[in-house]
Design a binder for this molecule. Structure first.
Ligand SMILES: Nc1nc2c(c(=O)[nH]1)N[C@H]1C(S)=C(S)[C@@H](COP(=O)(O)O)O[C@H]1N2
Ligand SMILES: [Mo]
Length: 319
């Protein structure tokens, strides 16, 4: 157990209270004193503010009831202690290492084939988007699954905000690159982590940008402050801690395609009948229960997404 360190979201939640304002003032004075004789420099207070989560008060967001479950939500104590976040190590037990992730200030670059490329602070982006909660199932390619109440907004809202040109055919996402902060990035993988979707996939209602979970701002181990969730695809598509979103014409090479092209592809749609080269995808272990359930085509989300793949039958849609 991690007793001494407070979780990121506890600090952020308390921001709404006068006490937290007082505390950050005090931290600010200390900082100013360190810089020069105790005078507060102009502009410093906004800097200090940007170091914290200015959107914490938006949680919990109202649930969108369109996405029904066939199983209980996974306990947060389970889902937040079994993670894939290779930037912080290869094991599932990376949650305390991931606490080194510095999530404020956090800029997101929107570039490529858009009307006007821009850099936007994650809090300004979140404030411009309609936040809601969705109950989604998550199926990792390693044959385990979990069910999480994510908070965030439809990726389509971000696409509308970015105003892509008609020449944009794909959307490419990139994670931060900082091997000092994330020691896993010193390993042999093709960093930074990259993922991508077609524009049709990105504007499907299911594709979600996630900024929170369990009614709170996103914990670091879940990929704060901004990650993707596409519940009909294997979990490796759900890129964490996004710093760059680019609209492009050519299909990008993704992190896992570059790392293991025989085993992981661009499409990664869930299909129990197409095994991974080294194991079956027919069923999944439900995290925290010891139970196995059959895996469903498109993870059971076919009514939303099956139409996206008409005419693409020659592609390797299921790895
Ligand atoms: N940047 C980054 N994003 C990532 C990963 C990663 O290692 N780095 N792992 C992926 C994989 S394989 C899965 S299953 C999910 C895990 O999400 P979770 O830790 O919230 O369960 O994140 C995905 N996104
Ligand atoms: Mo995964």
């Amino acid at each position: 157990m991690n007793i001494i360190r407070r979780k990121g979201w506890e600090i952020r939640e308390s921001l709404a209270t006068p006490e937290a304002v007082f505390l950050s003032r005090r931290a600010l004075m200390k900082g100013a004193a360190a810089i020069g004789g105790g005078t507060i420099l102009p502009g410093l207070s906004s800097l200090a503010y940007a170091a914290e989560d200015a959107t914490a008060g938006l949680y919990p967001a109202k649930r969108n009831e369109s996405y029904k479950l066939d199983r209980p939500v996974t306990a947060e104590s389970v889902s937040s202690r079994y993670n894939n976040f290779y930037e912080f190590g290869l094991s599932k037990n990376v949650y305390s290492a991931a606490e080194s992730l510095v999530t404020r200030p956090w800029m997101v670059k929107i570039d490529g084939l858009v009307e006007k490329p821009r850099d936007i602070g994650v809090d300004d982006l979140v404030k411009a988007m309609p936040l809601e909660e969705r109950l989604y199932r998550h199926r990792c390619v390693e044959a385990w699954s979990m069910t999480v109440p994510w908070t965030g907004f439809a990726l389509k809202s971000l696409v509308d905000f970015a105003k892509p040109l008609s020449s944009a055919k794909f959307i490419r996402f990139e994670t931060f690159l900082d091997p000092k902060m994330a020691p896993g990035q010193r390993s042999f993988f093709p960093w930074p982590y990259v993922e991508a979707l077609t524009m049709a996939e990105a504007t499907n209602e299911l594709a979600m940008m996630v900024t929170g979970a369990y009614g709170k701002p996103l914990g670091k181990t879940f990929g704060a402050p901004l990650r993707l969730h596409t519940p009909w695809k294997y979990g490796f598509k759900d890129i964490k801690s996004i710093t760059k979103i680019s609209f492009v014409e050519k299909r990008p090479e993704t992190f896992w395609e570059a790392a293991g092209p025989g085993e992981y592809g661009f499409w990664a749609n869930i299909n129990p009948q197409v095994p991974h080269p080294r194991w079956s995808q027919a069923s999944e272990e439900i995290l925290g229960t010891g139970e196995r359930k059959p895996t469903l085509l498109f993870n059971g989300y076919g009514e939303f997404v099956a139409g996206l793949y008409k005419g693409l039958e020659k592609e390797k849609l299921y790895i």
